[in-house]
Design a protein around this ligand. Structure first.
Ligand code: NAD
Length: 427
């Protein structure tokens, strides 16, 4: 697609994550109720952003500094909520965008949270376990004025996990002089974690994919699925799709792209990855060039890695019927237009990957009440929230002739701005 065909709000230069979020808000602003228009500016400005220095002593005795961020995009509907990412390419723009998407996502599934996000610009693969603990604890200490169970509740994101959450919870608790389990979610079960949380995002991806499949008359049984990212979200999505009879034909992670048109054995692939730290060399599959991933024949494509993976360079190659966004921001606005022109349905991130924050909400509630639910209860509530949110978004998209992303943004932005308007200005 040439840039001449692009709507005016899309400029080739300004395609960084925060600008993508701004463009998405711009696109839906005219769809919002007129009474909310004066408040739209709120969404264009994060409420507060903190940049911190994270110094640690490496195992060799040398002190090294990393840059960390925590952003509260909007807290009109409740305390901030959003993950913490450790990645060598993390920037403030990326964390702002991720926080913005959390604002919309939390409103889409109607959990009583605002949007927040954090990150440290570090490659965790270059750190020993004790250095990773050092980065986590120093970062937590530096952002401690911004977090708390009633203020902002971090959770895992890329390259952070239950162990990292345990260190965050411990560091915050030491500062408070008491154990505060509710300060983070995605914790180990022994520290007030919730059953069902590890698979929650992947389960939500599957539930929304299944709902889209019902609407499009597309069977899950026998459907071909390609998954980018084989971590928390990608692996769980692939495993749950496979359990429902789908065939996972391609998986890509940072190390390799594996392909088998007859279907990959996801459990064996995970075992191999755990034992070897890579997908390279896994038995029972073909290894293909990473660019070939996008043209793999499939019905469902699940991007579950980084932002902007589906862009104007590869959107034309995708042959899937449905793209289900496990990752945050995996599709650029330009690619959205190309996919729509080609009749490919996109289940947007703010809906598709909201299963994680939904079960994080359950974890937070369980920690406050010190009363824990069964996994069946958790999965049933998750299923209900995700399928109801999908239904509302699908109906609005049909009624107003919008994409699912635009409909999700209309619902999310409206809830946030209604709360903002009714609260009014202070002082
Ligand atoms: P993770 O660290 O567990 O896994 C990330 C995966 O992406 C790994 O398999 C890694 O190898 C792969 N990857 C990294 N760079 C890649 C590249 N350039 N090409 C291909 N693969 C690459 O992270 P995660 O928690 O699964 O998060 C993945 C995405 O899902 C992120 O966008 C995150 O914001 C989003 N998300 C996560 C959660 C959650 O609960 N963890 C919830 C909602 C959304």
């Amino acid at each position: 697609m040439s840039t001449a065909q692009l709507p005016s709000y899309l400029s080739k230069e300004n395609i960084g994550p925060w600008h993508i979020f701004l463009q998405q808000v711009e696109q839906v602003a005219p769809q919002l109720d007129r009474t909310l228009w004066p408040w739209v500016e709120t969404l264009r400005r994060p409420k507060r952003s903190l940049i911190v220095d994270v110094p640690i002593r490496r195992d060799n005795g040398v002190v090294e500094h990393f840059e960390g961020y925590r952003v509260h995009h909007n807290t009109s509907r409740g305390p901030g909520k959003g993950g913490v990412r450790f990645h060598q390419d993390v920037t403030l723009s990326e964390v702002m965008a991720l926080a913005g998407w959390m604002t919309i996502k939390n409103a889409v599934v109607n959990v009583p949270f605002g949007g927040a996000k954090g990150g440290v610009r570090v490659d965790p693969r270059q750190l020993s376990p004790s250095e990773l603990e050092g980065v986590t604890r120093r970062y937590t200490s530096e952002i401690s004025s911004m977090i708390g169970p009633n203020q902002d509740i971090p959770a895992p994101d890329m390259n952070t996990n239950a162990q990292v959450m345990a260190w965050m919870m411990d560091t915050y608790s030491m500062g408070e002089g008491r154990t505060v389990t509710g300060v983070v979610t995605g914790k180990p079960l022994s520290l007030g974690g919730s059953l069902g949380r590890p698979d929650a995002t992947g389960r939500g991806v599957f539930v929304t994919a299944r709902e889209a499949a019902r609407k499009l008359d597309l069977p899950i049984e026998g459907a071909r699925v390609a998954v980018q990212g084989f971590g928390n979200v990608g692996e769980a999505s692939a495993r749950i799709f496979a359990r429902h009879g789908a065939r996972i034909v391609a998986v890509q992670d940072v190390s390799a792209t594996v392909y088998n048109p007859a279907g990959l054995d996801i459990l064996a692939l995970k075992r191999f990855q755990l034992e070897n730290g890579t997908l390279l060399g896994a038995p029972g599959c073909e290894f293909v060039d990473s660019a070939a991933f996008w043209s793999v024949p499939c019905e469902f494509m699940v991007p579950a890695a980084l932002e902007s993976q589906i862009n104007r360079h590869n959107a034309g190659e995708i042959v899937a019927r449905v793209v289900v966004e496990g990752a945050n921001g995996p599709t650029t606005p330009e690619a959205d237009i190309i996919l729509a022109e080609r009749g490919i349905t996109v289940v947007p991130d703010v809906l598709a990957n909201a299963g994680g924050v939904t079960v994080s909400y359950f974890e937070w509630v369980q920690d406050f009440s010190s009363f824990f639910w069964s996994e069946d209860e958790i999965n049933a509530r998750l299923e209900r929230i995700m399928s109801e949110a999908f239904g509302a978004i699908w109906s609005m998209a049909e009624e107003r002739k919008l994409s699912l992303r635009a409909a999700a943004f209309v619902i999310g932005c409206s809830r946030v701005l209604e709360a903002r308007a009714i609260r009014g200005l202070y002082p």
